[in-house]
Design a protein around this ligand. Structure first.
Ligand code: MN3
Length: 241
């Protein structure tokens, strides 16, 4: 164990003991941590099964955070930035490997943190606020027509990615992004897909395959039962005030 590498905490402790406080390196950035789910793994049953939620949160989301922290260990000038500022800095990252690692894993972290919050147990799903309902009707014709357009964005996204409802210049729009990109990534996603996300749907196979296998449209249809409409309505109000 003589040559075991020091972790950051040990390094700082030893630095503080041997060099004095003035020579301790700049404060270590707070590593990104896995946020707790706002409900239990089984809370979204039967629409999203507990095992899928357990793996999705505890393995997939956790892996994005682990990989993000590893990338930030090698990019000290970025490590002090919190999400979403880190995503805003993506276009300025010169090293392509670092940029892509943060794009994929920082995006994955932000997207999943968002995704957990815009879902709720079926009994708490609620309905769009009158303001959001009116905007959905104006933009898409009806709430059902909105769901159809959003569902198509998720169904037609080839491979892995997300469907989003965004506020762009004060107006609602449905878009989709590949991989872990999101509508906040200026300079990374096209300008026509930029905006403030108020609803997002993960259509990676890991989000549904255990229960739905290849039936992505069935997953999307069931998912409407666990949308947290009060939260989405609140995000809409913030994005349009
Ligand atoms: Mn996912």
């Amino acid at each position: 164990m003589m040559n075991a590498p020091l972790d950051r905490r040990q390094f700082l402790q030893i630095s503080a003991l041997t060099a004095g406080a003035a020579l301790v390196p700049a404060a270590a950035p707070a590593a990104q941590t896995l946020p707790a789910l706002p409900y239990g793994f089984a809370a979204l049953e039967p629409h999203i099964d507990a095992r899928t939620m357990e793996i999705h949160h505890g393995k997939h989301h956790a892996a994005y955070i682990k990989n993000l922290n590893t990338a930030l260990d090698g990019a000290p000038d970025l490590a002090s930035k919190a999400l979403p500022d880190l995503l805003n800095a993506l276009p300025s990252i010169q090293d392509e490997t670092v940029r892509n690692t943060i794009r994929n894993n920082g995006g994955g972290h932000w997207n999943h943190d968002f995704f957990w919050k815009i879902m709720a147990p079926p009994a708490s799903s609620g309905a769009p606020s009158s303001e959001l309902g009116a905007a959905l009707q104006t933009t898409f014709g009806s709430v059902d027509d909105f769901k159809k357009a959003f569902g198509e964005a998720g169904t037609k996204r080839f491979g892995s990615g997300w469907a989003w409802l965004i506020v762009q210049n004060g107006k609602l729009k449905v878009i989709s992004t590949p991989n872990q990109d999101n509508p906040r990534m200026k300079g990374i996603v096209g300008d026509s897909d930029l905006g403030t996300p108020i609803l997002g749907l993960d259509v990676w196979e890991h989000a549904y395959y255990l229960h739905y296998q290849n039936r992505r449209p069935d997953y999307i249809a069931a998912w409407w039962n666990v949308v947290n409409w009060p939260e989405v309505s609140s995000l809409y109000a913030s994005a349009t005030k």
